[in-house]
Design a protein around this ligand. Sequence first.
Ligand SMILES: [Zn+2]
Length: 171
Amino acid sequence: MTDNSQINGSFDDLLSANREFAQSFSLSGFDGVARAGVAIVTCMDSRIDPLGMIGLAPGDAKIFRNPGGRVDNSALEAMVLGVHLLNVQRVLVVPHTRCAMASASEQQLRRRIGESAGQDASWQSFHVISDQLDALAQDVAKVRSHPLIPDTVQVGGFLYDVDTGLLTQHR
Ligand SMILES: [Zn+2]
């Protein structure tokens, strides 16, 4: 018997869907490399299907997501691991149009979060982006110039249009 005393929340619908998912599960025993040699850094936005938008499937790519799709220190850690241990040869940095992180100010986000939380949120950072293409240039440069990421790795910077599904390369 499992000890259920630490389990909380209602996830029954999702667990039920998971049991169905497991019935046709095909990645068993797969070693977890990026089969297509691709890594993607993109936003947490639910309008983005990182694999589908470049014709890939589970098993093909390493995916790192955060608000805004920024290359922060954890993203760099992930890229270094991907490049050296997980077959990554191409890195795509993919922010997107109509991103909340690029359309609100830090102050506005803090106010909205504060209202939702019913308490002061002025201490919380959100790393808003004032110029998306400028941030993209910096993020691509961070990956390219990382001392542990060799020049043989191709790094591209793209903007994903959430209204058309199209990627445009900027870097
Ligand atoms: Zn976003």
